[in-house]
Unconditional design. Structure first.
Length: 415
């Protein structure tokens, strides 16, 4: 018998799923039965999205009862089932392997994070989807397709937003394990950050800037480097923060990864520790991507409209993502600056301020984060995606009956 449960809400509680139920198959045979008998179905993974991308007008399916497996095969790692980066990382580290980057938290699922283009920071680091080398995707008839880089669907399916079917396995590129030292600094002037973003973001392996767009006490540069304390931050006046770190108006409570000492990549690249609640918890997130070449101008226009959204803001984080070749990627064929907002958990208030930011960034070919809140209409989203028609054609071929489509895909992509 296939178990069922209530769909509940997203991790932060900002979106209550409209789906009727979550089906919980316990193996691939039961999963095939679930998909083959569904009229409409979406996958719910670790629920760390802030919109209805994962929702369904009918049922959801979760892989949480399926067996999991993490296997290093040559220079790749293959994960099967609902596996998080927190579960994956120590297994590959034990075999001397690493991923090229991680997001700010390891609690998220590999399949869900890569399906939405989740990223960390670094001018030479692509998003986490750029490490995907193959996917096993179960279609609406219960058949599994191995979609590797030679497959015609690959550049669409690697950031597939769940539109191709149920991803039952993901293979990621790995590299030899490495050590990272991180430190967070206050005292770097906003004008130095916004005036020379190449120097700041290109200074080390991964650089994040936290800001509330006005109060210098909230401006913080968080650096993750291969070679200890980097000179460039201190040359810009940066001073390491003490133990009591806070991110803008979020006071973190013993939940961040160790600073000031070297450690294996997976213990330093995420800001938040796997054993603690990340970020604030009571929040909504939004993120926009603009070409890195336009960073100065884009930062200036957001700063100009910041008074209009200040009451909603907990903190912003600025990061960079290297270009890739995935059709729905915010970094498709362009290096990008990622402008992130952590908001108070007030849906109406947040939806009220987003249009002014989106209008300010519109001249920069702005693309939204697929897993976060945005109000850009579908035609504006599609206008920036040069390969959207190729994506739609591949998704229709993979799912001709439209079983894996939902309101989000119809509204934003016209699928
Ligand atoms: C505190 C916090 C910090 C965050 N930090 C970052 C960050 O640093 N960088 C960043 O880019 N994002 C960040 N995010 C956003 C987050 O990484 C993305 O929204 C991601 O999609 C979450 O994945 P999930 O599996 O938890 O989400 P879910 O909502 O469960 O799934 C996401 C999407 O993937 C699909 N999906 C999931 N599993 C499968 C599957 N097996 N087969 C087919 N489709 C599937 C779902 O249908 C849905 O459309 C953060 C979120 C939170 C809450």
């Amino acid at each position: 018998m296939i178990h069922r449960r209530d769909p509940g809400a997203t991790w932060s509680g900002n979106h209550r799923y409209r789906a009727t139920e979550v089906l919980l198959p316990s193996d691939l045979v039961e999963l095939a039965e679930v998909v083959a008998s569904a009229g409409t179905l979406r996958v719910q993974a670790t629920r760390h999205t802030f919109n209805d991308v994962a929702d369904s007008g009918a049922a959801l399916v979760s892989l949480e009862r399926l067996p999991t497996r993490v296997e290093v095969i040559g220079d790749r790692v293959r994960v099967e089932g609902l596996v998080t980066f927190a579960q994956l990382a120590p297994v590959i580290e034990a075999e001397g392997r690493a991923l090229h980057n991680l997001g700010s938290l390891p609690h998220i699922s590999v399949a869900g994070a890569t399906a939405t283009g989740t990223h960390g920071s670094g001018v030479r680091n692509g998003n986490l989807s750029s490490a995907v080398r193959a996917l096993d995707i179960m279609d609406a008839d219960g058949h599994t397709h191995h979609v590797d880089q030679a497959h015609a669907w690959f550049p669409a399916a690697a950031i597939g937003l769940g539109a191709f079917g149920v991803v039952t396995a993901v293979e990621l590129q790995t590299e030899p394990s490495y050590q990272v030292t991180q430190q967070a600094y206050t005292g770097v002037a906003w004008d130095d950050i916004a005036g020379d973003p190449e120097r700041v973001f290109g200074g080390s392996r991964s650089v994040s800037v936290f800001t509330t767009w006005g109060d210098p006490a909230h401006d913080m540069v968080w650096v993750k480097s291969d070679d200890g304390a980097p000179d460039w931050v201190e040359e810009l006046g940066g001073r390491p923060v003490g133990d009591d770190i806070h991110l803008g108006r979020i006071r973190t409570v013993d939940n961040t990864t160790p600073r000031g000492t070297p450690g294996p990549w997976h213990t330093r690249l995420p800001h938040f520790r796997a054993d603690a609640l990340p970020s604030d918890g009571d929040e909504i997130q939004t993120e926009y991507f603009v070409p890195l070449a336009s960073a100065r101008e884009a930062l200036a226009v957001v700063k100009a409209v910041a008074p209009a959204f200040d009451a909603q803001l907990l903190v912003s984080e600025l990061r960079t993502v290297a270009a890739d070749e995935l059709w729905l990627s915010p970094a498709y064929q362009r290096d990008v600056l990622a402008i992130h907002f952590t908001w108070r958990n007030d849906t109406d208030g947040v939806l009220g301020v987003l249009p002014s930011i989106e209008a300010a960034l519109a001249p920069f070919d702005v693309r939204p984060h697929w897993g976060k809140a945005f109000t850009m209409p579908g035609n504006a989203v599609r206008a920036t995606l040069t390969r959207v028609d190729d994506f739609l054609a591949a998704a229709r071929e993979a799912d001709p009956r439209g079983v894996f489509r939902n309101d989000f895909l119809r509204r934003t992509l016209g699928l």
